[in-house]
Design a protein around this ligand. Structure first.
Ligand SMILES: [Zn+2]
Length: 611
């Protein structure tokens, strides 16, 4: 049974012993490389490690590493690090016990009866599980209603939009009948009102006393499009009205934010599209869910939708796990162009390679593909324009004419887009193209373009200090977990305990101390400070095998030497100071100390180099 540190030093809440036993079992069987690879792309980058683009911060070149033997991950960019559970907890935004369950499921390890650290946590997990169940039942029930007599009008609407029964089945499209209580009555046997309320499937009116009144069906006389999470489970709905005129209300309404669903975190159709996105090495981004469904059902499966809004940062981060290339095909109207522009800006900052499609005849993707066929649509995708070309064209349309004012406005529109590009060459090219196509001959405007290309509006990534060879040896020795290598670890720990002053000046002093006194089985768990963890990770990621006793001994000796040299320098300064003051008693004392120190140093050096 491995030791556990007190709860304050754990990156996640303390968990009960039964779960911790199970977590240990799962951790032993799970391969962090395989688990991480289900979320992001990794490349082998060393004997024992893999690297890829960090899912937790914005970056263009990989600084995220996974150590296959030690089973931890570490990002040199944002300092995120931990084990397989903390990775899953962070990326899925779930608690530790849920992360354990997810990893267990991915490894086909049967789950024990669940136990949680706190009643609130247990209640939260129970509620989410129940809400998933309710959404599943509701989805099946809406599908049933669509097939029934009440669904005739909805079926007609869907057929009119070119949807076949197979397509309807694939997307599990359904119908919510014109009733305030039909769904409530269907779900009542599964859950009490306090559970139905937060599902988002129902609404209620505030009473005179401020309390909420009885619940009633939120979606009525609407076509129901389920929204799934990345694992394909339904977590919310988009509902389109079948009414017209004043009675209709909003054309589309969505589930509100619930414990299951957060609009800014979901990309519509990613569950079905992710395999195709990885194969095609790009994602096709459309605005509306109908566009997405229509394109997908005609065989272009790497398509996702933003659900009518501009991209959010979280959505970009989610997409980044699957690809870094996007073809954007938004509606050609003004709103669509604005949404496209915002999405382009965000994607550019994240280092995406972007192309833009504008379809002939002002058609949206759904109508275009229905009217002209999939070949014409594929051809349009192939003809997608580079981001720079698209934006320059748009600048020319918005500010037409050859007047100096027009050119200045067009250029001011383009400058932020140019500055946003992470790549210097791409900025240069964009600026040159813009100058040429806009016919900019003013030296002043050219200079502004040149400046925009020169510097990116950038954030500076903190890089950890580099390690000395000695520190590397000591960190690796103190991180030893194999009992057979224990002697090397003991040597380092003893030196640190007996002569802490020798080690004080090292950048890794805190990490060394934490490791020497560690009780956790996993060395990465022992070091809490992110900067110190980064240094440890750096040492461990470079490791091939742990250092032997002789390597540790010579490292300790070198540390001792360096500590003595530091002391020597201090003494020299103190001696000079005492001389200046004329303090001869002090001077004598210091000189004596320095002589002893010099002797000790010489001895050490002869010992090391017998020649
Ligand atoms: Zn990172």
């Amino acid at each position: 049974m491995p030791f556990l540190l007190p709860s304050t030093s754990r990156p996640y809440p303390q968990y009960s012993p039964a779960v911790s036993d199970f977590a240990q079992t799962v951790k032993q069987q799970a391969d962090i490389v395989k688990i991480v690879e289900t979320y992001i792309r990794l490349r082998k980058s060393g004997a024992q490690n893999y690297s890829g683009l960090c899912p937790f911060h914005k970056e263009k070149s990989p600084s995220f590493s996974v150590h296959a033997v030690r089973q931890f991950y570490h990002c040199f960019g944002c300092q995120a690090s931990g084990d397989v559970f903390s990775f899953v907890a962070k990326i899925e935004n779930v608690t530790f016990p849920e992360a354990v369950r997810i990893v267990a499921q991915k490894c086909d390890i049967p789950l024990p009866k669940r136990e949680f650290s706190s009643p609130e946590e247990a209640a939260g997990a129970r509620l989410r599980a129940k809400l998933l169940e309710l959404h599943e039942t509701a989805t099946a029930w809406f599908e049933e209603q669509l097939r029934g007599p009440e669904g005739a009008l909805a079926r007609e609407y869907l057929a009119g939009r070119g949807l076949t029964p197979e397509g309807i089945k694939t997307f599990r499209i359904g119908y919510a009948p014109d009733s305030f209580n039909a769904l409530r009555d269907r779900l009542r046997s599964m859950a009490d009102e306090e559970t139905l309320r937060p599902s988002g499937l129902f609404a209620s009116k505030e009473q005179g006393d401020g309390s909420q009144g009885p619940i009633y069906d939120r979606f009525r006389k609407r076509v129901m499009f389920p929204i799934a999470n990345e694992s394909g489970r339904v977590i919310a709905f988009t509902a389109r009205t079948l009414e017209s005129g004043e009675k209709a209300g909003a054309k589309y309404i969505n589930s509100p934010e619930t414990p299951l669903y957060s609009k800014s975190m979901v990309l519509f159709n990613l569950d079905k599209a992710k395999t195709a996105i990885r194969q095609a090495e790009f994602a096709l981004l459309v605005e509306g869910q109908m566009d997405c469904i229509s394109v997908f059902l005609r065989g272009i499966q790497n398509v996702i939708a933003t659900s009518g809004t501009a991209f959010t940062e979280q959505q970009v981060a989610i997409l980044k796990r699957h690809t870094s290339q996007v073809v954007v095909n938004f509606d050609p109207d003004a709103a669509g162009a604005n949404a496209a522009e915002k999405s382009i800006a965000l994607l550019t900052e994240e280092g995406f390679n972007i192309k833009i499609v504008t379809l002939d005849g002002g058609l949206d993707p759904d109508r275009f593909i229905r009217e002209r066929g999939v070949e014409a649509y594929t051809a349009a995708l192939r003809g997608a324009r580079r981001q720079a070309d698209y934006l320059i064209e748009r600048a020319r349309q918005m500010f037409p004419g050859a007047s100096p004012e027009g050119k200045t406005k067009a250029m001011n529109y383009l400058l932020p887009h140019i500055r946003r590009l992470p790549d210097k060459l791409a900025r240069d090219e964009f600026a040159r193209d813009a100058a040429q196509k806009l016919g900019i001959d003013s030296a002043l405007l050219r200079e502004e373009l040149r400046q925009a290309a020169l510097r990116r509006r950038d954030r500076i990534e903190a890089r950890p200090t580099s390690l000395t060879e000695v520190e590397r040896v000591l960190l690796r020795a103190l991180a030893i977990t194999d009992p057979e290598e224990e002697q090397a670890r003991r040597l380092a720990a003893a030196a640190l305990a007996q002569q802490p002053a020798w080690f004080e000046h090292l950048a890794t002093f805190a990490a060394l101390q934490a490791l020497a006194g560690r009780q956790a089985a996993d060395p990465m768990d022992a070091v809490e400070d992110p900067a110190q963890r980064a240094l440890l990770a750096q040492a461990l990621l470079a490791e091939t095998k742990p250092p032997g006793e002789s390597e540790v001994l010579s490292a300790i000796q070198e540390i001792q030497e360096r500590a003595l040299e530091v002391r020597q320098r201090d003494l020299r300064a103190l001696i000079a100071e005492a001389e200046r003051r004329g303090d001869f008693a002090e001077l004598a004392l210091l000189t004596q100390q320095k002589l002893e120190l010099d002797r000790a140093l010489r001895q050490l050096q002869t010992h090391r180099d017998p020649n």
